[in-house]
Design a protein around this ligand. Sequence first.
Ligand code: HEC
Length: 148
Amino acid sequence: MNWKTVAVAAAFAGIAIGSAMAADNGTHDARVGMMKQVGGAAGALSAIAKGTKPYDAEAVKAALTTIAQTAKAFPDQFKPGTETGDSEASPKIWENMDDFKARAAKLSTDAETVLAQLPADAAGVGAALNTLGGNCGGCHQLYRIKKD
Ligand code: HEC
């Protein structure tokens, strides 16, 4: 499944679930909630890039802010002892925590870079998504186990 499909699927379900679980720090639920928020934000951007939603600078800004902030906090949800359970998180995360953190930080930095030069139209949003999307796919390939 490509990341855009995942993002769109998660687009609407994500936001409420994510914030409901935000208090539940360091657990599987907390990080899945965060990824749903990131997926929802990416889905909103994707809809604009594809033209299914009109370009809206405020919506673009909000989605990028969600990605930048959530990605920053995301690696803190992988506390020792939470690698078990019904998780798609690979054990490799705990073995390569520095790399994992660096990848999350890169997504956050990339989102901040795009925010600083806010895309002015749908094409710009599409280009930004290509940059951000590389981070999603790269990390998922290494650290997310698909349980389909
Ligand atoms: C630093 C690594 C990393 C990056 C970067 C990353 N993800 Fe994830 N993502 C994960 C991991 C790990 C999981 C599995 C979490 C679990 O099951 O505990 C996941 C799960 C997900 C899920 C499934 C959540 C659920 O419902 O189970 C979605 C949707 C998702 N990511 C979207 C994205 C999008 C969109 C991006 C880019 C904008 C992104 N991710 C960037 C590591 C990452």
